[in-house]
Design a protein around this ligand. Structure first.
Ligand code: FE
Ligand code: ZN
Length: 483
């Protein structure tokens, strides 16, 4: 109603001067603060013509060169350029969970990762190995099974043409021990009696110095696992974090330069996630949990863009890849929140960030002996080496058999951001920043029983190509540390 009135006022303003005005021009003029001044300027330049178009409006705005005039259309275009979603299952899920879907899913995984490996090694299809008896060969295959025997580890590899056993002993046994199953690797060795006596196990990995260096003059803040609705949600510490972001406390020289906040899942605590969860909940209704979450995020200054991805406690399907939060929940959040799926590969002004909640980290940590929850970024390193976010099928991380495997790390990102394990860790691996951004939930009764020790309220703050800080908001003042 209001808008229509403004539009008719604009049309009248031109009519009394003897001009008609087209709808696009009217639309633009509705956004202008000093309307009379602009209308005067347009009419001054339009002598002899009868229809005012958007070009006339633009020309008048330019000549007035008035910085107070905001044209939201142009602003919007700029915004789209800043945040680009490069890969996300949201709106693209095609699986029906049928057996054939699993076949297609694993084909896609093999295709994508074997392509990376084949660009580095020259391999032979398993069905053609017969011609190479006694020779040195390389095969690229998906790990089917790993068996420990007195002769070493038997690794059964599969490619679209067949199966082969690779025997890994001595030093290679150590690497064989860290295999998760279902990852795609290359094995080189001598072909003997229908087995390959392995001398090398090659992961798809990332090139040693291959990653580009991108330099920006803004900071990205990484958080996760806010768990709104939990009794253990650390509200005071969260409020301190928000005050810092809003430049109201010390360290504001960094906060001023924050352009993006990424949230890697577990926005709320959810309901029915683990046995007895109801005892740990302050808010038992999941919708209300999101209402509280939205209210808290709304307190963050609005020039910061928030990218929000779900986790296993959120109100989306459990199997990965997970789509963005449903519409009725998204609408609770302010306009500066961009909702994406899990995982999501995103570009922020050209900085490529792979966001993944990190459920598979439980599998990786329990399977690889040298890993622990105190340094979760080392577990993330294992995912990057395998170029897959959830290499192990059938562990604690359910996978939805999409026709395309969204969990493959195809293009090497500048940053991989995970959460889920509720501990903090950040470091670079071959030029890629790996960050796990802890939690805003204190230890729950359930975690105490499971002997899980969270490190709450640690925030990673990164200026691409420059400084990486860890800021602790836990239990009092904010403490800025090095990485
Ligand atoms: Fe969590
Ligand atoms: Zn989680």
């Amino acid at each position: 109603m209001m808008v229509k009135n403004v539009a008719s006022i604009i049309v009248k303003k031109f009519l009394v001067r003897g001009y008609n005005v087209n709808p696009k021009a009217v639309e633009m003029l509705q956004m202008v603060e000093n309307l009379d001044e602009v209308v005067d300027e347009i009419c001054r330049n339009a002598a002899g013509r009868f229809i005012i178009t958007e070009n006339d409006v633009e020309a008048a705005l330019k000549s007035l060169n008035n910085k107070k005039i905001v044209i939201p259309n142009l602003e919007k275009k700029k915004e789209i350029e800043e945040i680009k979603i490069l890969k996300d299952v949201t709106g693209n899920s095609l699986t029906e969970g049928k057996l054939e879907d699993f076949q297609l899913y694993f084909n896609s995984r093999y295709e994508k990762i074997s392509r990376i490996l084949r660009s580095r090694v020259s391999s032979v299809p398993i069905a053609s190995l017969g011609r190479f008896k006694g020779e040195n060969v390389t095969v690229v295959g998906m790990v089917n099974s790993i068996k420990e025997t007195p002769r070493g580890y038997y690794i059964e590899l599969e490619d679209p043409t067949g199966f082969i056993n690779c025997i890994a002993s001595g030093k290679l046994a150590e690497i064989a021990q860290t295999l998760l199953g279902d990852e795609v690797i290359a094995v080189s060795g001598t072909l003997k009696d229908r087995n390959i006596i392995a001398d090398r196990i090659i992961f798809p990995d990332v090139p040693v110095n291959g990653n580009r260096k991108i330099v920006k003059d803004f900071f990205i803040v990484f958080i996760s696992d806010t768990h709104f609705g939990s009794k253990e949600f650390l509200e005071d510490d969260w409020n301190k974090f928000v005050s810092w972001l809003n430049c109201e406390t010390k360290g504001s020289e960094i906060a001023e330069m924050v352009k993006y906040v990424i949230v890697a899942g577990d926005i709320v605590d959810g309901v029915g996630i683990y046995p007895g969860q109801e005892n740990d909940l302050k808010i038992v209704n999941i919708y209300e949990q999101y209402e509280v979450a939205a209210k808290h995020f709304d307190e963050i200054r609005k020039d910061i863009k928030i990218i929000m991805s779900p986790g296993n406690h959120d109100a989306v399907r459990q199997a990965e890849p997970q789509p963005a939060l449903p519409k009725e929940i998204r609408k609770l959040f302010s306009n500066n929140v961009v909702h994406v799926g899990n995982p999501c590969y995103i570009s922020l002004d050209g900085v490529k960030v792979l966001i993944y909640h990190g459920r598979s980290l439980d599998d990786v940590v329990s399977k690889i002996p040298k890993l622990n929850y105190e340094s979760p970024h080392f577990a993330m390193e294992e995912l990057l080496k395998r170029r897959h976010l959830s290499p192990m099928y059938g562990g604690r991380s359910p996978i939805a058999p999409e026709k395309e495997d969204y969990l493959v790390i195809e293009d090497i990102p500048d940053v991989i951001h995970c959460g889920h394990v509720h501990t903090y860790g950040a470091g670079f691996y071959r030029g890629v920043l790996l960050v796990n951004s802890s939690t805003w939930q204190n230890q729950t009764e359930f975690q105490r029983k499971m002997n899980l020790n969270p490190m709450p309220c640690n925030v990673a703050v990164y200026k691409p190509g420059g400084d990486l800080y860890r800021i602790k908001f836990y239990g009092g003042s904010n403490e800025i540390c090095g990485s």
